[in-house]
Design a protein around this ligand. Structure first.
Ligand code: PHE
Ligand code: ZN
Length: 882
C-alpha cells in the first residue's frame, strides 16, 4: 500500500517538491465501476527542488491507461508505473504538460478516501492523501495549483455535478450524458479538491459580503430532506457574518456549496467552495435531532466555513503542520459557538471534551506533540491533541498577549501568508511581531507532548497579612520524550476573602499587568508570589476559565471548593468546584468499598447541589452542567491507574442515589415546572431548560426508580421533540424492565428508515450497563439497519459500546474485548481509517487493573500479528503496545 507501515515520515526530512504544478485540468467521466480520469498538469521544475531529480508522482491503487508529455504519448521505456507511483526519469527542463489517464472504480472504494459512492451519489474525500487515489500527483499540501474540472455523467443518475470554485459551462452530451465545468481561481493543494455527482435535493439562499459580493449558497441533501437543512443554512449565514465581524474575513467565490452524504469517515471536509459533510452534521428537525445535534451542526458548519481562510487561503506546508489549520479553526469555531450561545457553558463543554479525549491521549502510549515530528500513517494524526489541544494553544496565546495584539497578529498572518503553505513558525512570528514578545519559549507547547500538572501551595501570614502562593509545574515523560522542560503556563487567579469578597491583588513579585488582569505567567518549574494586605486566610481560585490545558492537582480543600461554588465570579471555576467535590465524594466511596468500610455520605456536596438547584432558573444550562456528576470515563481518567470500572460504576451510582433521595422534592418541582409544554426552538436558552429538565428527571429516578420510570414513560410517549424523547429513552434504558423494551420497540417503529435516528437507537442500546448488553450488541450487528460499511453505524453501535459502556466493554471475561477485536479484524480490510480509530479506544489499557490489562494486551498482540493488517491499524496497535 502507499505507506509500507515500516516507513517513517519525519518533519526533519522536509524538502521542497522537485516540481511545481501551476495548473490542473481534470476531465472526469463518472461511471460506477470504471470512471475515466484525464489529468493535464502544467509542470515546471521547482527552483527550490533538487536539480535534475526525476518526476515521482504519488498514486494509490491506480490503474494507468496512458501518459503523454507535451502531447506526445510516452513509451514503456519512458516511465515506470505501479498502482502506487508513477516515475518519469527524463523530463524536459522547460515547463511542460503532462497528461495522465487513469481508471478508478468508485464502487469498490470502501475506504471512503478518493472517489467513492455514497448511496447513489459520487463523491470524493482527498484529505489527507486521497487525491492520489484519483490520479497520479504530487499529493502534498505545499504544491498549489489552479484547477479546472470538467465532469460528465449520466444525466439521470447524476443531474447535479459539482466541483470547487465557480460554475462554468454546462451542456448535454449524446447517450443521455451531460457535463459541467468548474473553475477554481484560487491555487490550492490537492487535498482540497472535491467533486460530487448525484441526484440530490437542494436548499438555496444568498449572502452578501461586506464588500458587496453576492454569494449563492446551496446545501445539497437527499431528496425529501430539504427542510432538515434549514438550520445548517442559518448556521452558515451566521458563520459568514461572524468571520467578517470578528476576523475581517470575507468569502471569496460566487458560490458556496455544501453536500451531505451518508457515508463519511469524519465529521466534514472543507474542500474549497464545496464542503462535503457527514449528513449527521447537516440534517436536523425538532422531531429527529437533539439539542446536542443542533449545537454540533452549528459548530461543524462554522468550522468548515472558517477553514476557507484558515486552511484553504493559507494552507499547511506539510502534514506535520496540521494544527496550523485545525487547532486554529477549532479555536475559531469554539469562539463562534461561545458568541452564539453561552460563553461559560461553551467553555465547560469544550474543557469536558478536552479532558475526555485529549488528556487520556496525552497520558498514554499514543501521546504526541501538537506538532508531531514523525508519523507512519498521517490519518492517525487527526487527533484530539492536534485539534483540541491545538485550539488551547491558540487560546493561551490570545490570553498571554491580549485581545488586541491577538487580532493584530491574525491580521498580519492573513496579510502575509495568504496564498501560501505555511508553518507553525510562520504563524507564531505574526504574534511575536504584533506583541513585541519573544514567543520561542511559548512554542514549546507545539513540540512537547504530555499534560503539565500544575499545583498551588499557599501560606498565610496572619501578622504580616501576606499570602505567599507557590505555583509549580511538572510533566511526566511521554513516548520518545523522557526529559521535559517547563512550559509557559498562563495561570488566571483570584483570591477570595472569608466572606466571599474578591480581594485586590497587590504584590512586589508580579508585573503590574499581571496583578491588574489576575493573570500570572508560570514559565519556570516554580514561582512564588506574595500578596500583600490580605486580611485573612484567602480562598484561591486558580486556572480560572481553564486558562491552560493542564491538570490542577490536588483540587482545593473541600471547604474551599464549597466557598468557590458560592462566591467565585468565574463560572468555569464554579462548575469545576462542583466537579471536584463530586470526584472527592466518589473516590471516598471507592476507597471505603475497597477497605470494606461503611460507605461515606457526602453532605457538603449534597448541600452545594441543593443551592445550585434552588438558583437554577437564573442559568438553567449552567445549572445542568454543575448538577451533573462526572461520567464513568471522567472517573477512569481521574483514577489514572489500577482502574476497575465496576468499582467506579458502583461508587458513582451510589452517590447518585444519595443525591436523588436527598433532593427528591426539589428535583421533582423543577422537573414539573420545566415540563410545561412549549413549542420547540433549538436556541441555547431553550436547550438549557431542556438539559436542566433532563438532569432533574435523572435525579428523581436516582432517588425513586419507580417514579422515574413512570415519568420517563410518559415523557417518552408525549415528547414533541427528539431531545425530550431521547432523554426519556436513555433513562428507561438505564432503569430496565418491560418499559425499556417497549420504548425501544416503539422508537424503532416510529423512526424506521431514518438512519441518523436509528443510530441513536443503536447507541442507547449499546450503553445499557448490564451483562446481556454484549450479546445485544452482537445481535444488533445482524440487524438489517446495521452495516459495517457505514462509519456512522459502526460508531453508534461499536464505538459507543467500547467508549461509553465501561462496565460491559471491560467485562472481566474478556467478551467485550473479543467483540472489538473481531470487528476490527473484519473492518480493517474494508475501511482501515475507521478500524484504526476504533482500536484507539484501547489506548488507555495500561491504566486498567492487572487482570483487564493482561486481557487487552493479549488482544492487541493478536491484532498486530494479523497478516495483511492495514498501515493505519498496525500503526495504532504497535504504538499502543510500545
Ligand atoms: N479537515 C477536516 C476538518 O477537520 C477533517 C477531515 C480530515 C475530514 C480527513 C476527512 C478526512 O475539518
Ligand atoms: Zn478542520
Amino acid at each position: 500500500m502507499r505507506h509500507p507501515s515500516n516507513v517513517a515520515v519525519r518533519l526533519a526530512d522536509y524538502r521542497p517538491a522537485d516540481f511545481l504544478i501551476d495548473t490542473v485540468a481534470l476531465d472526469i467521466s463518472l461511471h460506477r465501476t470504471e470512471t475515466k480520469v484525464v489529468a493535464r498538469l502544467a509542470l515546471r521544475r521547482n527552483p527550490k527542488g533538487a536539480p535534475g531529480a526525476p518526476l515521482v508522482l504519488d498514486g494509490d491503487e491506480l490503474t494507468l491507461v496512458g501518459v503523454k508529455v507535451d502531447g506526445r504519448p510516452l513509451g514503456a521505456q519512458d516511465y515506470t508505473a505501479t498502482p502506487d507511483q508513477l516515475t518519469l526519469t527524463a523530463v524536459p527542463e522547460a515547463p511542460f504538460t503532462l497528461e495522465i489517464e487513469t481508471r478508478v472504480d468508485p464502487t469498490a472504494n470502501t475506504q471512503l478516501s478518493g472517489l467513492y459512492r455514497s448511496g447513489s451519489a459520487y463523491c470524493t474525500q482527498c484529505e489527507a492523501e486521497g487525491f492520489r487515489r484519483i490520479t497520479y500527483f504530487l499529493d502534498r499540501p505545499d504544491v498549489l495549483s489552479v484547477y479546472t474540472t470538467r465532469i460528465d455523467a449520466d444525466k439521470s443518475e447524476a443531474p447535479i455535478l459539482l466541483s470547487n470554485g465557480n460554475p462554468g459551462e454546462t451542456g448535454d452530451l449524446p447517450g443521455g450524458r451531460h457535463y459541467a465545468v468548474w473553475r477554481d481561481p484560487f491555487p490550492k493543494p490537492s487535498y482540497l479538491f472535491a467533486l460530487v455527482g448525484g441526484d440530490l435535493g437542494v436548499v438555496r439562499d444568498h449572502f452578501k459580503t461586506t464588500s458587496g459580493r453576492q454569494v449563492t449558497l446551496a446545501i445539497h441533501v437527499e431528496h425529501g430532506k430539504e427542510a432538515r437543512a434549514e438550520y445548517a443554512m442559518d448556521a452558515l449565514k451566521r458563520s459568514m457574518r461572524w468571520d467578517e465581524e470578528k476576523f475581517g474575513r470575507e468569502y471569496d467565490l460566487d458560490v458556496f456549496n455544501i453536500v451531505a452524504v451518508s457515508d463519511f469517515n469524519m465529521g466534514a471536509m472543507e474542500n474549497k467552495g464545496l464542503n462535503i459533510f457527514n449528513d449527521k452534521y447537516v440534517l436536523a428537525s425538532p422531531e429527529t435531532a437533539t439539542d446536542v445535534d443542533y449545537a454540533g451542526i452549528e459548530a461543524v458548519i462554522a468550522h468548515e466555513y472558517f477553514h476557507n481562510w484558515t486552511g484553504n487561503r493559507i494552507t499547511c506546508r506539510d502534514w506535520f503542520q496540521l494544527c496550523l489549520k485545525e487547532g486554529l479553526t477549532v479555536f475559531r469555531d469554539q469562539e463562534f459557538s461561545a458568541d452564539m450561545r453561552s460563553r461559560a457553558v461553551e467553555r465547560i463543554g469544550d474543557v469536558r471534551g478536552l479532558r475526555l479525549a485529549q488528556f487520556p491521549e496525552d497520558a498514554g502510549p499514543l501521546a504526541h506533540p501538537v506538532r508531531p515530528e514523525v508519523y507512519h500513517e498521517i490519518n492517525n494524526f487527526y487527533t484530539a491533541t492536534v485539534y483540541e489541544k491545538g485550539a488551547e494553544i491558540v487560546r493561551m496565546l490570545r490570553t498571554l498577549i491580549g485581545d488586541d495584539c491577538f487580532r493584530r497578529g491574525m491580521d498580519i498572518y492573513f496579510e502575509r501568508f495568504d496564498g501560501t503553505a505555511a508553518t507553525v513558525e510562520d504563524f507564531l512570528s505574526c504574534f511575536a511581531e504584533a506583541s513585541g514578545r519573544d514567543l520561542s519559549h511559548f512554542a514549546l507547547w507545539y513540540s512537547q507532548a504530555g499534560t503539565p500538572v500544575l499545583s498551588t501551595e499557599g501560606s498565610y501570614d496572619q501578622n504580616a497579612k501576606t499570602f505567599a502562593l507557590t505555583l509549580r509545574q511538572e510533566i511526566a515523560p511521554t513516548p520518545g520524550q523522557q526529559e521535559k522542560k517547563p512550559a509557559v503556563i498562563p495561570v488566571a487567579l483570584a483570591l477570595f476573602g472569608q466572606n466571599g469578597e474578591k480581594l485586590d491583588l497587590e504584590s512586589a513579585d508580579a508585573r503590574p499587568d499581571e496583578l491588574a488582569r489576575g493573570l500570572f505567567e508560570l514559565s519556570d518549574s516554580t514561582r512564588t508570589v506574595t500578596f500583600k494586605n490580605i486580611p485573612s486566610q484567602p480562598v484561591v481560585s486558580a486556572l480560572r476559565g481553564f486558562s491552560a490545558p493542564v491538570r490542577l492537582e490536588p483540587a482545593p480543600a473541600s471547604a474551599d471548593l464549597e466557598k468557590l461554588l458560592a462566591c467565585d465570579d468565574d463560572p468555569f471555576n464554579r462548575w469545576q468546584a462542583a466537579q471536584s467535590l463530586a470526584l472527592r465524594a466518589i473516590f471516598a466511596r471507592v476507597d471505603a468499598a475497597r477497605a470494606g468500610a461503611p460507605l461515606p455520605s457526602a453532605p457538603g456536596y449534597v448541600a452545594a447541589l441543593r443551592t445550585i438547584l434552588s438558583g437554577a432558573d437564573a442559568d438553567p444550562a449552567f445549572a445542568a452542567q454543575a448538577l451533573s456528576l462526572p461520567s464513568e470515563t471522567d472517573l477512569a481518567r481521574e483514577a489514572g491507574s489500577n482502574v476497575d470500572p465496576d468499582e467506579l460504576f458502583a461508587a458513582r451510582f451510589g452517590l447518585l442515589e444519595e443525591i436523588g433521595r436527598a433532593l427528591a422534592s426539589e428535583a421533582e418541582a423543577i422537573y414539573a415546572r420545566l415540563s410545561e409544554a412549549s413549542p420547540y426552538s433549538p436556541d441555547a436558552a431553550s436547550a438549557g431548560r431542556r438539559s436542566l429538565k433532563t438532569v432533574a428527571l435523572d435525579l428523581v429516578a436516582a432517588g425513586d426508580p419507580a417514579k422515574g420510570s413512570a415519568l420517563a414513560e410518559s415523557q417518552f410517549a408525549a415528547a414533541g421533540n427528539m431531545t425530550d424523547r431521547l432523554a426519556a429513552l436513555a433513562l428507561l434504558a438505564l432503569l430496565g424492565g418491560d418499559a425499556r423494551e417497549k420504548a425501544f420497540a416503539a422508537f424503532y417503529a416510529q423512526f424506521e428508515g431514518d438512519a441518523l435516528v436509528i443510530d441513536k437507537w443503536f447507541a442507547l442500546q449499546a450503553t445499557i450497563p448490564e451483562p446481556a448488553t454484549t450479546q445485544r450488541v452482537i445481535d444488533l450487528m445482524s440487524h438489517p439497519d446495521f452495516s459495517l460499511s457505514n462509519p456512522n453505524r459502526v460508531r453508534s453501535l461499536i464505538g459507543v459500546f467500547a467508549n461509553a459502556n465501561l462496565t460491559r466493554f471491560h467485562a472481566l471475561d474478556g467478551s467485550g474485548y473479543d467483540l472489538l477485536t473481531k470487528i476490527i479484524l473484519e473492518l480493517d480490510p474494508k475501511n482501515p481509517q475507521v478500524a484504526a480509530r476504533l482500536l484507539s479506544s484501547l489506548r488507555s489499557w495500561r491504566t486498567m487493573e492487572p487482570r483487564r490489562r493482561a486481557l487487552i494486551e493479549a488482544r492487541l498482540r493478536r491484532i498486530v500479528a494479523q497478516e495483511g493488517l492495514s498501515a493505519d491499524t498496525k500503526d495504532i496497535a504497535t504504538r499502543a503496545l510500545a
